[in-house]
Design a protein around this ligand. Sequence first.
Ligand SMILES: Nc1ncnc2c1ncn2[C@@H]1O[C@H](COP(=O)(O)OP(=O)(O)OP(=O)(O)O)[C@@H](O)[C@H]1O
Length: 417
Amino acid sequence: MARKIGSRYTVHQVIGRGSAGTVWLGEGPDGPVAVKLLREDLAADQVLVGRFVQERTALTSLDHPRVVGVRDMVVDGSDLALVMELVQGTDLRSRLERDGALPPQVAASVIADVADGLAAAHAAGIVHRDVKPENVLLDLAAAPGPGGAPRAKLTDFGVARLVDAPRRTRATRIIGTPDYLAPEIIEGLEPRAAVDIYALATVLYELLAGFTPFGGGHTGAVLRRHVTEQVPPIPGLPDGLWRIISECLAKAPASRLRAAELAARLREQLPSLAGLPVLAVPSQGRAPAEEQLSPGEAVYAEVDAGPGVHKRRRGPAVPLVPGAAPDSTRDTHTSLRRPSAEELAAYAAESRAQRAAPGHRRDRAALLRRRRMLAVLLATVLLLAGAAAAWTAFAAPEPGAGHPARPAVHSTAPRAP
Ligand SMILES: Nc1ncnc2c1ncn2[C@@H]1O[C@H](COP(=O)(O)OP(=O)(O)OP(=O)(O)O)[C@@H](O)[C@H]1O
């Protein structure tokens, strides 16, 4: 069923749904387009409509091959629509769900593409603020890159900014997707370009390992890990790639690479990654349902959408606006209470205390004891094996002497007379 959007566009068919609206396949004066029709309750929000109009120039003028172009923004009666370049392909989340982790060269190439798009946006003063696999589209109509990697484009520029109207960005709330949130956002600082780098490095980690470095379990626990924990290493990951990931996941925003540097450093690695298979990484085993929250974590594990929603990792979308029904089957933007400075300090103290706790120390001591016993056992086995070999060599009887346990070795050469 065709439907008119403004005076210039017609939409025919739904091609996707997100938490902010529905994406349609459409037609405009210059050919096919994708039209994101924002939800009615968002379209009725006058503050949002005002921002929509305000942001029009910035968003429509961002023109880069690695960014899904916003062609137009339409405000028409109750319709609020973003008209976009149509990408023939799929999004990175669907690819991850279908195939699991990607070979290192393919992962690095996809992320280098997205970093190029981010570099253009950052140069134009635009921070994305919601970089995640859902917002990376794979252009399957374009010729593939190194190792057959699909060409990637970053989308949803500005949607987080638009919906993030002033009344929703009270100092006490965070909007974003917990697994990809930079620590400084959790700590209440203004999001700058470095938050996109942190989120993109998290996506790179996820493409390589099959899971995000700090995700899993309760939202409160995820946020605490971003602020207090070190990035878990990925076994078998080449050093060059690991260094890039660690630099971009630095807790201090100023220590992270810039987008253009990230793209260049990843491309330098591509030749050495050729032919490497998908890494076999054991999962972190953070089961969402069973994880027990510490008292500190419970403090900010509170989500607008209602009790229980934050317990799911990949469940129905958490809507951007309280009360709206999620219309996607995927975890997406989350609005949650930002912890105060005191709560964060309490978190760090809790983490330290947990590490120093007698139980933790007992576990560690038991582990060390087990390791020592194993080492002693191994040394004994080696010693015995060595002794047996020596005995075998020295105690071997002379040819012809015979030995009850060992047959003599007879030479087949004719004996000298
Ligand atoms: N420009 C486009 N061309 C082709 N398909 C698109 C385009 N934009 C979005 N889509 C498709 O529509 C789906 C929904 O996109 P949308 O941006 O609304 O949601 P999302 O990013 O998955 O979630 P959220 O908006 O909640 O973050 C995407 O998964 C993608 O498959």
